[in-house]
Structures are given as C-alpha cells and as structure tokens.
Design a protein around this ligand. Structure first.
Ligand SMILES: NC(=O)c1ccc[n+]([C@@H]2O[C@H](COP(=O)([O-])OP(=O)(O)OC[C@H]3O[C@@H](n4cnc5c(N)ncnc54)[C@H](OP(=O)(O)O)[C@@H]3O)[C@@H](O)[C@H]2O)c1
Length: 248
C-alpha cells in the first residue's frame, strides 16, 4: 500500500482522468476528497468509491476552484474532517479552442482562470496546511501542448505552460519544508475531451505518436501515483511527460 492513511484532494475528480487518479489512490490505501463543480456526477463518483472502499475514504465537495472563498472553506473542511492533507492534485481543466483571431477574450480568460488561477488558489490554501505539517506533495496536471504549443489552443497551451512555471517555482519555495511539487504532462489521452475529435484529426495524431496508440487514463494515474508516493522521494520540480514519445 503506497499511500496508506494518506489524504488527497483531487480537483476535477468527478470524472475522466481525475476520477481514475482517485481510484488509484484509494486502491493504494489513501483517502480522497474530490473538489469539482459537477454536482450529480461528483456525488455518484463518491458513492461508487464509498461502496468499493468504505464510507470514510471518499468525499465529494462541490467547489469552484476559481473561487478563493469556496476553496479556503473546503480546505478547512477537509483538514477538519480528515485531520490532514498530504497530497493535492490540481487536475481540473477545460478547453475552449479557437484560432487567435476568433478566440473571444472571455474564452481566453475563462480557460486561464480555471486551469491556472484555480491551481494557484488550491495550492495556496493547501500549502498553508502542508507548511505547518512540514510535509506534502502537489502534482499539477499540465499537458504536452504546454511544452510544444498547439494551433487553436492559445488559451489552453498558455494555461498549461503557466502550470509548469508554477510547479517549478513552488518546488523551489517549498522544498525546505519537505513539500514536493511536480507536474505530469499527458499527451493525447482517451477521454471525453478527446472523444470529440474528428476521425481525420485522430488519425493524424496517431501518426505523431511513436508508441502508436493514444494514452489511457490508467497511464496517467500510474504516473501520478509514482509522483505522489515515496518512490519519487528525491524528485521535485520535474515535468513528467506521459505521451507515448510524442514529445521527442
Ligand atoms: N484528455 C486529454 O487528452 C488530456 C491531455 C492532456 C492534459 N489533460 C488534462 O487533464 C485534466 C483532466 O482532463 P479530463 O479529460 O479528465 O477532463 P474532464 O473529463 O473534462 O474532467 C474535468 C473535471 O473538472 C471539472 N471542472 C471544470 N471546471 C471546474 C472548476 N472551476 N472547479 C472545479 N472543477 C471543475 C469538470 O466539471 P464539468 O464537467 O462540470 O465542467 C470535470 O468534472 C485537465 O486538466 C486536462 O487539461 C487532458
């Protein structure tokens, strides 16, 4: 059991990659608190987890990570109910794609607000607890497009590149308190987000992946578990690409 008795907050954990990360943590003995705006989906996910792993080990809090007030209150609640917060996974993210001339200013701001500012807000309030405990682990879910860019995703790529800067800075600020901060940069993963892609785009992408397949949510969850566990004790400030070689 790699995360026995550890408590993790996973943003956007109601579905997709975040949900799979929660399952990985639970199966390694941890407890999870999901921060998500998806009301019914979040409740159902937490119910599913409680049935599999026991009622005390999973909770869903309806939290909009762009609201500092909501996040502060939810972090206090999690710390009160579970007694500790060992891990934060900043996973919640959205896309609002368009080429720059067509991209609305509101769509730029919304993506930066959720993907980047939301991660900053969660890190800020959770780091306060971790600094006091003199231990902790923060993992940010970036993206391959935060490293290489992608036409039609100026807002999303900038938010994911910003997360890499946030990761490296927090790693430097918090290492002295035994808090590690790393990022995972997934390539193209089979999720609702990529299911919308037309077949032509999908085939074109496959041609760019040396491993010859899209990634799975399992691939990401295993990488996040590695960074969350003692197996990666001497690793901080890194960006772990999980992309089938697409970034080579
Ligand atoms: N899928 C990929 O191929 C891929 C590749 C690289 C990186 N990533 C990154 O991996 C992460 C997860 O992706 P995914 O495909 O699993 O996404 P997803 O299925 O869309 O799940 C994201 C979750 O975050 C929630 N959320 C959105 N805004 C929020 C807010 N303001 N506060 C709290 N929760 C919020 C969503 O709720 P609603 O459903 O109600 O909006 C949803 O439940 C994202 O950061 C994404 O950028 C994904």
């Amino acid at each position: 059991m790699k995360l026995k008795d550890q408590v993790a907050i996973v943003t956007g954990g109601a579905r997709g990659i975040g949900k799979r990360i929660c399952r990985e943590f639970l199966s390694e003995g941890g407890s999870v608190v999901i921060f998500d705006v998806s009301g019914d989906t979040g409740e159902n996910t937490a119910e599913e987890f409680k049935n599999c792993y026991g009622s005390g080990r999973a909770a869903f809090y309806r939290v909009d990570i762009t609201s500092a007030g909501e996040v502060k209150e939810a972090v206090e609640r999690a710390a009160g109910e579970y007694g500790r917060i060992d891990i934060l996974v900043n996973n919640a993210g959205i896309t609002m794609d368009n080429l720059i001339l067509r991209m609305k200013i509101e769509d730029w701001k919304k993506v930066i607000d959720i993907n980047l500012t939301g991660a900053f807000i969660c890190s800020k309030f959770v780091a306060e607890k971790m600094i006091r405990a003199r231990s902790g682990n923060i993992i940010n879910i970036s993206s391959i497009v935060g490293i290489h860019g992608n036409a039609g995703q100026a807002n999303y790529s900038a938010s994911k590149a910003g997360l890499i800067g946030l990761t490296k800075t927090l790693a430097k600020e918090l290492a002295g308190r035994d808090i590690r901060v790393n990022a995972v940069a997934p390539g193209y993963i089979e999720t609702d987000m990529t299911a919308k892609l037309p077949d032509k785009v999908r085939d074109m992408l496959l041609g760019k992946i040396p491993s010859g397949r899209l990634g799975s949510v399992d691939d990401i969850a295993k990488a996040v578990l590695f960074l969350a566990s003692r197996d990666s004790d001497y690793i901080t400030g890194t960006v772990l690409g999980v992309d089938g070689g697409m970034g080579i």
